[in-house]
Design a protein around this ligand. Sequence first.
Ligand SMILES: [Zn+2]
Length: 307
Amino acid sequence: MTESTDNLIQPFLVHQTDVRGRLVRLGSELDEIMSRHDYPEPVARLLAELLALAAVMGSALKFDGILTVQTKGDGAVKMMVADVTSDGAIRGYAQFDEDLLAGILKSHSEGDFLSVPQLMGAGYLAFTVDQGEHTERYQGIVELTGSTLADCIQHYFSQSDQVDMVVRLAAGLTDQGWRAGAITLQRLPEVGGVAGGDLDDSKEVWRRSVIFLSSVKNEELLDPELDASGLLFRLFHEDGAVVYDPIELKFSCRCDESRLAHVLLTLGQQELDDCKVDGAVSSQCEFCRQLFVFDDEKLAYYRSLQG
Ligand SMILES: [Zn+2]
């Protein structure tokens, strides 16, 4: 175990069972992501949940790669993107319609629970796994049918006969800034239990673990005073949990000036000129809000690199 008890993915195994789990805690790194934007609370909360979801799903990647979770809806929160690399770099952003959102907030009291359909309308949640140039992209997709993002993704897993999986997500603005948490449990049903174990035992352990998971409170998933091991102990003290090395989560953006320049230079001169304001083309990264400005000199430099 490392010293870090926050901003991490903690893989674990329910002791002497085939029930595997992953716990995600996001604190200061999530707050850093949110500080780059100025989202109204309901939008920030949804995005924070999506980031925790990306982290908990991305940690299942077996190879180097990027997991992206994206939502699209016809409601106030039009789209959200969160991605995480296998070494724990995480980032995300949301796009929303201010007028639609203001309308929703006006017709509710502060603190009212706003469901996914209320905020996002009809749409879908998709995830993509990109493991490099020479590998296939795997995509899963599910309609935004549940009242929470966790319900939506749970719906996706319940359609799958490959794996039994349960997910919990929580996010909120606390005294210590934005925090989010996620926890999943999974088992491979066809394996049928521990080596040499009994199928009924395995089902019973799964059933019990799912009940423990459903007992976790949002506050517990978010509590900065309750570290990952402490929370796992609280949940699985009956069977015990074996923890593996955690993966550190860190806000990091992969936007890159030269890549952006490369895209701009595929435009014709006329198109490029049309994009110019005060003689320069500007582009702001949606994820980290960094502004890239390309004046003629810079464009000429990148053009020269292309040979
Ligand atoms: Zn960026």
